[in-house]
Design a protein around this ligand. Structure first.
Ligand code: PLP
Ligand code: COI
Length: 448
């Protein structure tokens, strides 16, 4: 009798297949039902939408994905702990979650919509906000994975501590990203045609006049499918090797700096980006792809290229191998890129002929480098073809450093790093996949 009633209930729920959320904007959530015999269903992600993915660039590509994640925390920011172990304990709207208040990410998924803000909110007036950039990939098996969201969660937490935003616990941040990908799975491009780019944003959303932190915060994760950051050969997909990416040209910025010691260059504060627009536009007007920023004090030490980290490779003069160098993070002026960290780890562990150094790079050292590249979530690994260094004086001459031999292709070490990184993302090298399994967060499909 009991089992007949249970079966009837399951049949009823199966036919409904929906649970209505208490949040009116939240989509109707499919319910996962156990199969007969206790086995769980094994659904798979929907196929990518029928779009011309090969035309996608690093832009919104004229579309909006259907869902986003939206949470708010109100109450005094002084309630928050800044080590990421807890959220605010003020009066929560839904609030950041912590160990005692486990993630309810699903219930915070809402239809993509504009956010409404008081003109006096601290984000609009004082720039109290941070953003992150993360990619989700579709593997050939149709599995969908996110690359190292835990690292972005940690970086966001450090950024929150710097500009006094109650930190989002890492687990909450990662769960939010996973749910956004699950709900927008149709917008994860086919393997090799790009990625679903996630933008977690967190900012002060309460009205305030005094120059002080907000009393209310908004955490939203929106997303957009993207192609390459820089242009590639027209027929190339991202699974082809890096040789399909044209090396870019960089111009050292003499008039503008991105960050200084004691500032916020080391965190992903929204206010770091608009000040770069003018420099970027002038750099492009002169025919270069990106600006290369040097230190604010001496103007001699390389920091970052546009919104990406920078590496050079210096071959040993009389034996195989060489040294891979990137500027260090200790001044707090350079963003601790997740891609940068991945490259350093891979080079140290997988390229025995390569010595890895995190140390200052003087502009004069570019002459001994045979390869240079930029890296970031958006930029992936982008080879640099040449770097132009204007003179510091008006009469002086510009110096030009070239990093390719005739055919404008990425160098060998750059290519190897690119391949390893993408093999891990796309699950195309079993050994690497196993060794770096903790870099990959698998997104479970929504129940059908
Ligand atoms: N530097 C800046 C200023 C950036 O905005 C980014 C992008 O996030 C990076 C470097 C690269 O960081 P990641 O590899 O985490 O994307
Ligand atoms: C990224 O690479 O994810 C970034 O956030 C850099 C840029 C697109 C702003």
């Amino acid at each position: 009798m009991m089992s007949t009633c249970l079966t009837a209930l399951i049949v009823l729920l199966s036919s409904l297949q929906l649970v209505v959320s208490k949040n009116a904007d939240t989509p109707l959530l499919p319910l996962a039902l156990p199969l007969r015999g206790g086995a769980t269903p094994n659904p798979s992600h929907p196929a990518p939408k029928d779009l011309d993915w090969s035309t996608f660039g690093f832009s919104l590509n004229n579309l909006k994905t259907p869902y986003m994640y939206l949470d708010q925390l109100s109450g005094s920011s002084s309630h928050a702990t800044f080590d990421g172990s807890g959220g605010g304990s003020g009066s929560l709207k839904s609030g950041w979650h912590n160990k005692n208040n486990p993630p309810k990410a699903r219930t915070l998924i809402t239809k993509h919509k504009p956010l409404s803000l008081e003109p006096s909110s601290t984000i609009l007036n004082y720039g109290q906000g941070l953003f992150e950039g993360i990619k989700a990939f579709r593997r050939p098996s149709n599995e969908i994975v996110i690359f190292r969201p835990q690292k972005n969660a940690e970086r966001c937490r450090r950024g929150c501590a710097r500009i006094l935003i109650p930190p989002i616990p890492d687990a909450t941040f990662v769960e939010a990203c996973k749910e956004v990908v699950r709900y927008n799975a149709e917008y994860v491009p086919p393997t090799g045609k790009g990625a679903l780019y996630l933008r977690p944003i967190v900012f002060g959303s309460a009205p305030k006049l005094g120059v002080a932190p907000s009393d209310e915060y908004t955490f939203c994760v929106w997303c957009s499918p993207v192609g390459n950051y820089f242009k590639t050969d027209s027929n190339a997909t991202q699974t082809t090797l890096l040789s399909s990416v044209s090396p870019i040209t960089l111009l050292v910025s003499r008039s503008y700096t991105r960050s200084c010691v004691g500032g916020v260059g080391g965190v992903k504060a929204v206010g770091n980006y608009a000040p770069v627009f003018k420099c970027q536009s002038e750099t492009k007007a002169q025919g270069f792809n990106e600006a290369l920023f040097v230190d604010a004090k001496e103007g001699q030490w390389i920091e970052e290229a546009g919104a990406s980290n920078f590496f050079i490779y210096i071959p040993h003069p009389n034996k195989p191998g060489g040294t891979l160098v990137t500027p260090p993070l200790n001044n707090g002026t350079i963003l601790a890129g997740v891609t940068r960290d991945s490259i350093l780890t891979l080079a140290r562990a997988e390229l025995p002929d390569v010595t890895v150094e995190e140390r200052p790079i003087n502009l004069s050292e570019l002459s001994s480098a045979s390869e240079a590249f930029c890296c970031g979530t958006g930029a992936s690994i982008t080879p640099v073809g040449d770097i132009h260094v204007p003179s510091v004086t008006e009469e002086g001459e510009e110096t030009k450093f070239i990093f390719y031999n005739g055919d404008r292709k990425a160098g060998e070490v750059t290519e190897k790093l690119y391949k390893m990184l993408h093999d891990i993302m796309w699950g195309e090298d079993k050994r690497l996949e196993k060794k770096y399994a903790d870099w990959i967060t698998v997104v479970p499909p929504l129940p059908k």
